[in-house]
Design a protein around this ligand. Structure first.
Ligand code: ADP
Ligand code: MG
Length: 344
């Protein structure tokens, strides 16, 4: 991840504006990653103010959405499991509503209700790479049988009730995107219209760097290098999900953090999926869902979610993309899109 961040910055240095004083960059730690906020053409005093607000917002999100440290979400999960009503606050409700919609659009592949499975696979910790064993098939099968999903939550106004004792909401595949959108709203409200927020390689950019677009490097999921780069149009999000981010190995086999709700095992059709969409929240959920999808499902699910840019590196390291992504990406070092999937 660091490599990706460095490559973005070296690119900013190369192609950014000549007056380096106009680019202001700050790092904040949140969502288990480093978040880089780059502002262009903003006075330092105003930039400092904006960063302070961002830090405050990130603290609120952490206290509301954390999946395994005590948060409003873990309180909600306690109630959902017991089938007791929970009065949800305005910070959490929009995530529940939108993720129900994304659950449906992705044919259930994006399913934030499978927190118990994710916990079972040992990802409710900061260092999953230390895991020494995998869950038993019986435990996985039992959760597949009860099939907790987003539609097991009934919403009446601001009251949520669960109808499945295995419900455990986990916004790990989506809250980062939702949060990045919030931060962009906050910047825009302050009159800041040229900015890049990079949450560990998941990025939303608004405006430009002077007279140039924001230029983003995309990491190769298996080779230790950059796959290519792309220039963002005004207000776009580019999100990547991959099997290389959080993982561990047992008996020489690797297990990563994106779980196929149909099999209960880590997804196995792609090394990485990169998507572009105006909304960070939708891009985040879409990238996670498409990591799970089979190749025959990629196009249908991308269309249902409303994407028009998709890039997949499959398990054999082959690149697939739609026509628009193929036109925009500049591949480096002999990478080739050999499977152009046509227009989305
Ligand atoms: P990253 O957070 O590394 O950018 P993702 O956005 O794909 O990657 O999020 C992965 C996280 O999403 C997992 O750690 C887990 O919390 C959650 N998750 C895993 N599988 C699913 C799934 N099928 N649907 C929804 N969320 C999932
Ligand atoms: Mg995601």
């Amino acid at each position: 991840m660091k490599r990706l961040i460095y490559s973005i910055f070296s690119i900013l240095l190369l192609f950014g504006c000549s007056d380096s004083k106009q680019v202001y960059t700050r790092q904040v730690l949140s969502f288990g990653t480093q978040i880089d906020v780059t502002l262009f053409g903003v006075k330092p005093s105003k930039a400092d103010e904006a960063i302070q607000e961002i830090e405050t917002q990130l603290d609120v999100m952490h206290s509301q959405w954390h999946a395994w440290q005590k948060s409003t979400l873990t309180d909600l999960n306690d109630k959902l499991r017991k089938g007791e009503p929970f009065e949800v606050n305005p910070t959490l409700l929009p995530l529940i509503l939108q993720s129900q919609q994304l659950y449906t659009q992705s044919n259930g592949l994006f399913n934030p209700a499978i927190g118990k499975l994710i916990e079972l696979w040992g990802f409710y910790k900061d260092n999953p790479e230390d895991n020494q064993s995998i869950p038993s098939k019986e435990d996985i099968d039992s959760l597949l049988k009860s099939n907790p999903n987003m539609m097991d939550i009934r919403i009446s106004g601001t009251e949520l009730t669960g109808f499945n004792q295995d419900l455990q909401i986990d916004f790990g595949g989506y809250a980062k995107g939702f949060g990045v959108d919030r931060l962009v709203e906050l910047l825009k409200a302050q009159g800041i219209n040229n900015a890049l927020i990079n949450a560990g390689g998941d990025i939303r950019g608004i405006g430009f760097v002077g007279d140039r677009p924001w230029r983003i490097a995309i990491q190769h999921p298996i080779k230790d290098k950059t796959l290519g780069w792309i220039e963002l149009e005004d207000d776009e999000s580019i999100f990547t999900s991959g099997d290389y981010r959080r993982k561990y190995s047992v008996d020489g086999k690797q297990y990563h953090h994106i779980i196929d709700p149909r099999t209960g095992y880590p997804s196995e059709h792609a090394h990485s999926v990169t998507v572009i969409h105006p909304s960070g929240a939708i891009a985040d959920a879409a990238a996670t869902a498409l990591m799970v999808a089979k190749p025959s499902e990629w196009f249908d699910i991308a269309r249902r979610i409303g994407l028009n840019h998709l890039l997949v590196v499959d398990k054999d390291g082959q690149l697939y993309s739609d026509q628009l992504f193929a036109e925009r990406i500049v591949l480096i070092d002999h990478s080739q899109i050999i499977n152009n999937l046509g227009s989305l």
